[in-house]
Write a protein that binds this ligand. Structure first.
Ligand SMILES: Cc1cc2nc3c(=O)[nH]c(=O)nc-3n(C[C@H](O)[C@H](O)[C@H](O)COP(=O)(O)OP(=O)(O)OC[C@H]3O[C@@H](n4cnc5c(N)ncnc54)[C@H](O)[C@@H]3O)c2cc1C
Length: 549
């Protein structure tokens, strides 16, 4: 245990004792692993579910394999195009993939993805979805987003040098050289935004030589070459990369590091007259969030599917056969193999799984699987039986980050509540495990081998520094592990699997197609966010509907 962690635990214990006074000590914190069925996925990997003889053979027009955001987006596109005869097969007992919601002691919380930035005009498909869900509407000629869903103020704060400050960019007590680098970085991003189109979703733009040049370098290497050496600026940029990509600035490409800012609201230094990263305005920096995170969105997408959504179905084989496709799925309830015969299949699986289950995988899939590397992640949901005391500084926010820690801080599931009464809540602590300055060990091995109590102790050590009373208020910690959470946009990945792999025109425009298989998953964008996954699913569904019509 490092000194800071030890001090954190000690501070937590001291706080707990002080709070408890003469009362009896709080009951021990319960908890364990939840969310993902690791054994089911590994049984598929080890071939334990393979069988040549299906117990049942069924027919459907289109099979969608995988019920994450991409698979659900594809299902919606088929429905909207009038194709109702399709079946979506999902391994887990609920759809949603990395964007599922859950609850601890009755309080809703995210198990994975927790927010969606207000989409820009390149993400027209996501805008349409939000309009359909009643979250976006035109009022007096302007687009407005649902007030209840827009993240309530205050949005973000940082525990830095012993107190909370507004926003995540370290500003308290930093010197002029740091502020000067913030301004220079803002100017550089502004210039790059004018020089190239950093689109979300990426499939909307061609990969230009400017983008490929950035894709060839690490972000850290690019920062070095540009003279961005300031420790606070680099901490912040590293934090952003770990937050969006699960790995640090030394691992992700300069394209990815710059895309983070240039594709959205840019980078705004403190004192910038157009605003700053520390003063979020709904128009520019607005984000949509729900107590159960993006689980709210995936639930809405799954709702109209009815019986067409089949959960507990582990796809073990996808094969093109004469005149169609065969998809074998192991049914977890009946413990038997079902063979689906269809005209086409939308493969909305992570590419490393797709490469395993697709028979004679096409070159495009082999290339993607050979180049994608995944960041493992962990999300811990902590139930608190009462409100936390707070340290000096900025008020409790939706996103609360502690400077210099391995975890990314926590979001408060009650932040969106309209009831101001202080009471118990659930905090979701996010811990990326891809390579970074904080982690050199094999994160996936650690995820498999470390007992839940090890994560409990790491969480308590980090969060007790700003909240010494947290250990005495925590009643339960539920931990969700993601061995292959998201593709790390490493140097060269854009060149290998970028938009040039997508069909440029015709019915399949924008989707990755090989024969009767259409591929849709955030992995095909090289990095993982809702907009990428959803649009990939949408174009795959639209393409299939176009040729099936
Ligand atoms: C911890 C965490 C936090 C995140 N936070 C955010 C956030 O706040 N905002 C954001 O925009 N994005 C976030 N993301 C990114 C998130 O991954 C994407 O937004 C999106 O959910 C990806 O969807 P997908 O469909 O591409 O992939 P997945 O979610 O990987 O979906 C693939 C689906 O296929 C299923 N599957 C796998 N194997 C099989 C099989 N053999 N048979 C049948 N089904 C199978 C899986 O169970 C899963 O449901 C986060 C990701 C993680 C892990």
């Amino acid at each position: 245990m490092q000194r800071r962690e030890f001090l954190g635990v000690a501070a937590g214990a001291a706080g707990a004792l002080a709070l408890a006074g003469c009362e009896s000590p709080p009951p021990p914190i319960e908890g364990g692993f939840t969310g993902i069925d690791v054994a089911r996925g590994h049984a598929m990997r080890d071939g334990a579910l393979k069988s040549s003889q299906p117990a049942t053979v069924k027919r459907t027009r289109v099979v969608i394999a995988g019920g994450g955001v991409a698979g659900l987006g594809a299902a919606r596109a088929l429905r909207l195009a009038g194709i109702d005869d399709f079946t979506l097969l999902e391994l887990e007992d609920a759809a949603g993939g990395n964007a599922r919601g859950g609850s601890v002691n009755g309080i809703a919380c995210p198990l994975g993805a927790h927010y969606l930035p207000v989409p820009g005009d390149d993400a027209r498909e996501v805008q349409d979805l939000l309009e359909e869900l009643g979250l976006r509407r035109r009022v007096a000629g302007r687009w407005e987003y649902d007030e209840v869903t827009l993240c309530h103020s205050p949005q973000e704060r940082l525990f830095f040098r012993g107190e909370w400050q507004d926003g995540l960019l370290p500003v308290h007590g930093v010197g002029e050289p740091t502020l000067a680098q913030y301004r220079q970085f803002a100017q550089r991003i502004d210039a790059l935004q004018h020089a190239a189109h950093f689109a979300i979703p990426t499939l909307k733009v061609a990969v230009t030589p400017e983008l490929l040049a950035l894709d060839a370098l690490t972000f850290a290497g690019w920062l070095d070459s540009e003279g961005f050496s300031d420790a606070q600026l680099r901490w912040y940029l590293d934090y952003c990369c770990r937050d969006d990509y699960g790995a640090g600035i030394a691992q992700v490409s300069a394209w990815a590091g710059i895309h983070y800012f240039a594709s959205r609201h840019g980078f705004h230094a403190p004192g910038d007259p157009t605003g700053s990263v520390n003063d979020a305005s709904p128009e520019r920096d607005g984000i949509l969030t729900w107590p159960e995170g993006n689980g709210w969105l995936t639930k809405q997408l799954a709702r109209p599917l009815g019986e067409r959504l089949r959960t507990g179905q582990v796809v073990t084989r996808i094969a093109e056969v004469r005149g169609g496709v065969e998809v074998d799925a192991w049914d977890a309830a009946t413990k038997s193999l079902v063979r689906w015969q269809a005209e086409r299949c939308i493969v909305a699986l992570p590419v490393f799984i797709a490469a395993r289950v697709v028979e004679n995988p096409p070159e495009v899939l082999k290339t993607a699987a050979a180049h994608v590397r995944y960041a493992p992640w962990l999300v811990a949901n902590v139930h608190l039986r009462g409100p936390l005391a707070d340290r000096a500084g900025a008020a409790p926010s939706w996103d609360n980050v502690i400077y210099g820690t391995r975890g990314l801080g926590y979001v408060d599931a009650r932040h969106q509540s309209l009831d101001p009464t202080p009471r118990g809540t659930v905090l979701s602590w996010y811990r990326p495990l891809g390579p970074s300055g904080y982690d050199t060990a094999d994160g996936r091995k650690l995820l498999l081998e470390r007992p839940w109590t090890g994560w409990r102790d790491e969480l308590l050590a980090e969060l007790s520094v700003p909240h010494p009373d947290l250990p005495s208020l925590a009643t339960r910690i539920d931990i969700t592990r993601y061995g292959h959470a998201m593709s790390i946009p490493r140097p060269g990945l854009l060149a290998q699997i970028g938009p040039q792999r997508t069909a440029p025109d015709g019915a399949h425009r924008g989707s990755v197609v090989a024969g009767r298989l259409s591929f849709a998953h955030a992995d095909w964008s090289g990095y993982s966010i809702f907009e990428e996954a959803f649009t990939r699913g949408h174009v795959a569904g639209t393409g299939v509907a176009g040729v099936a019509a």
